[in-house]
Design a protein around this ligand. Structure first.
Ligand SMILES: *[C@@H]1O[C@H](CO)[C@@H](O)[C@H](O)[C@H]1NC(C)=O
Ligand SMILES: *[C@@H]1O[C@H](CO)[C@@H](O)[C@H](O)[C@H]1NC(C)=O
Length: 467
């Protein structure tokens, strides 16, 4: 064990003791100060907490108490449409009393859970909506980056609470004799609704935020709503005009394997597998590389490379396998991103990213090269290249990445109520960083709002030219 390593182990109890103290001290300050303060470095320890349940169980949560979010100090003010429940919690079989649009969220035990299994990986729409609802409930202690405001003129962004991934996952195809899938019908209703709103018309939807995390969600409406800011998993199935890194946000998948607490994470020597990959084969598009890598690596003793989807047993096996692997391969599939990267982070297995088109969440504040190895697909399929590279990474170098993984892992955990700098909070902050450029765009458009309308102006110009 290196000196640095010993020091690190020594530091862990130190953090565990001092952090609650630190939180206690800062609890007297408005919470936003704390969350700003802690953008980086992130929360030092991360253990497995249930997504639901009183968050005061976790030592890294803000202490409970009357911490109301001051909307003037939030980094993002959000106006949320009161869409009918069929677009959101109704999809989870929630039935409000009479005309209720939203569930009450003060008691996490009484909130309809999102669907489990692989559905959960795209549940971002749910976590964000819940967080906004909670921002109006003083008894819910949460991070205060985003606040829901009732007056749309005061909002930085207009949130469209459609659970589009859930809608796709549940109703991708027509039921019975129906002509259209319910998912398609909901999308068409949504477009009609939005196009009828003055708020949409004001800026052509540019200041609207739509979550479409599943790569197939919003397939019928994405083009019509393309002016909005999207929250996506990647741009793989989008044309550049519809979605791009300038206007949109990449949010992490919720990992499907269990998170390994930092204190229990195996060190270099305890990881007997050099490289781990489990996934499905894709022979089309960018995914053909999986097959090529399989052919290259299948006879290597210290490489675990299997094809297959995660079943329940599959998830547990993957969990155990990744936890004792030094490197976890993230290879492009049918889309550039997948939950594998986030599963690797959850198991503190250094990700090796072989996916040239991948876009990464929060990359404007996170330097992934500190905790990931990137390999061009064209290099990875050269015989010997990948294994030479990975075997050449020494203990100290690997350990640095592993330590950094432990620090950044909390940014990829979704919680309700949200924690400072968890995935929910990070998404809101990423949106808030887009707001100034959005405003610049909208203001520039207003420059000539008092002059002649452009249409008549251009006719005048063309008439002059024709003379
Ligand atoms: C629902 O709203 C309608 C119209 O606003 C009202 O007449 C009706 O009494 C409401 N029903 C309940 C159960 O609140
Ligand atoms: C909404 O906010 C705007 C701008 O601050 C203000 O002028 C307006 O009066 C507010 N409307 C209501 C209903 O409070």
């Amino acid at each position: 064990m290196s000196e640095k390593h010993k020091l690190l182990l020594f530091m862990i109890p130190f953090y565990l003791i001092t952090l609650p103290l630190f939180l206690l001290i800062f609890s007297s300050l408005p919470l936003h100060q704390f969350s700003e303060l802690s953008v980086l470095p992130p929360l030092p320890s991360q253990t497995q907490f249930p997504n639901f349940g009183p968050s005061s169980e976790g030592t890294i949560c803000p202490p409970s108490g009357a911490l109301t979010c001051d909307e003037n100090q939030a980094v993002l003010k959000v106006y949320m449409y009161d869409l009918p429940p069929e677009f959101h919690f109704g999809l989870l079989k929630w039935k409000g009393n009479g005309n209720e649009t939203w569930p009450t969220v003060n008691d996490p035990r009484h909130i309809s859970p999102y669907l489990g299994g692989l559905f959960l990986q795209h549940g971002i729409e749910y976590w964000l909506t819940l967080d906004l609802l909670a921002s109006n409930v003083p008894s819910v202690v949460r991070s205060c980056s985003a606040v829901r405001v009732g007056n749309s003129s005061e909002a930085d962004i207009i949130f469209v609470p459609f659970f589009s991934s859930l809608s796709y996952n549940l109703y991708p195809r027509p039921l019975g004799k129906a002509k259209h899938a319910l998912d398609q019908i909901l999308q068409e209703k949504l477009v009609q609704y939005l196009f009828g709103q003055d708020l949409w018309k004001r800026h052509g939807g540019k200041d609207h935020l739509i979550v479409a995390h599943h790569p197939n969600s919003m397939a019928y409406s994405r083009k019509k709503l393309a002016s909005a800011m999207f929250v996506l998993a990647d741009f793989g199935r989008y044309r550049a005009k519809v979605a791009n890194i300038e206007k949109d946000i990449i949010a992490p998948y919720k990992h499907v394997v269990r998170s390994i607490p930092n204190g229990q994470s195996a060190q270099f020597d305890q990881r007997s597998i050099l490289a781990y990959f489990k996934g499905t084969i894709y022979r089309k598009d960018g995914g053909a590389i999986r097959q090529e890598l399989y052919n290259l690596l299948k006879y290597e003793e210290d490489v675990h490379f299997t094809f297959g989807s995660y079943g329940k047993v599959g998830i547990n096996k993957a969990n155990a396998g990744m936890a004792i692997s030094k490197f976890c391969l993230h290879i492009a599939g049918d889309t550039p991103a997948s939950n594998r990267l986030f599963d690797a982070i959850a198991t503190r297995c250094v990700p090796v990213i072989i996916s040239d088109e991948i876009e990464l969440p929060f990359e404007d504040v996170l330097d992934y090269s500190e905790f990931c190895v990137f390999v061009h697909a064209s290099d990875a399929i050269k015989p010997g290249y990948l294994l030479n590279l990975l075997r050449g990474i020494e203990v100290d170098d690997w350990t640095k990445m592993w330590v950094r993984l432990q620090e950044i892992a909390p940014h990829f955990e979704y919680h309700y109520p949200s924690w400072p700098d968890d995935a929910v909070d990070m998404v809101w902050k990423a949106v808030s960083r887009k707001v100034p450029s959005l405003r610049l765009q909208l203001n520039r458009k207003n420059r000539y709002s008092r002059s002649q309308p452009t249409s008549s102006l251009s006719t005048t110009v063309s008439r002059i030219k024709h003379h």
